[in-house]
Design a protein around this ligand. Structure first.
Ligand code: CU
Length: 198
């Protein structure tokens, strides 16, 4: 025999759910912790919203893809194009390839106090790059170009290390950067035709 009772609407279902939740006994201490957890979540969501609205902190909107398997044949990341170069407008561009287990080129020199545009690509798996004591830190996802613009104010020798586990040789994956005074670097760049890679 078929029942003639109409199907409950979504609103009725929600009201029924709320009523049954109200009948569940929750210990007062548990209630305090639930409230505390919800407040923490609210605080984090509030901070993210404020940062997005007033400080312009957003996920990257520019997505640039590249064929990881054909980097050596690409216009931009062929072996002889890697390292530091100065474009027509005088911007310093650094192109680096990460692969198990090295960053190429192994060593580069960049000028201090100058905006540097780093363009990173991976030839195989997920890598990360971190330069301690600076704000350079980004993931290098295969198939994408990771672009970061930063300035290193203080001359010195900086290690450049992989911070995403990429395999058994991960802890040997590092390179280094010499940050040299702007006037000394310009001289170096002029001698070597606008780039200085090793
Ligand atoms: Cu790694």
């Amino acid at each position: 025999m078929q029942s003639d009772s109409p199907k409950p609407t979504t609103k009725e279902c929600l009201l029924g759910l709320c009523a049954s939740l109200r009948t569940i006994h929750i210990d007062p201490l548990e209630k305090k912790w639930i409230t505390f957890s919800l407040l923490i979540i609210g605080l984090f969501v509030g901070i993210i919203t404020l940062d997005a609205l007033f400080h312009g902190v957003n996920p990257p909107s520019k997505v640039e893809t590249i064929d990881s398997a054909r980097l050596h044949l690409s216009e931009e990341f062929a072996e002889d194009k890697l390292g530091v170069s100065v474009d027509g407008a005088g911007n310093v561009i650094v192109r680096m390839v990460a692969g198990r287990y090295a960053f190429m080129p192994k060593h580069i020199s960049v000028p201090a106090g100058t905006p540097l545009t780093f363009r990173w690509v991976s030839m195989d798996v997920l890598h990360g790059v971190h330069i301690p004591m600076t704000n350079m830190s980004t993931m290098i996802v295969p198939g994408y170009v990771a672009e970061v613009t930063t300035t290193f104010p203080t001359p010195g020798e900086y290690p450049l290390i992989c911070n995403e586990y990429c395999g058994l040789g991960h802890n040997h994956m590092w390179s280094n950067i010499s940050v040299v005074a702007k006037e000394n670097w310009s001289a170096l760049a002029t001698v070597k035709g606008g780039s200085n890679n090793e």
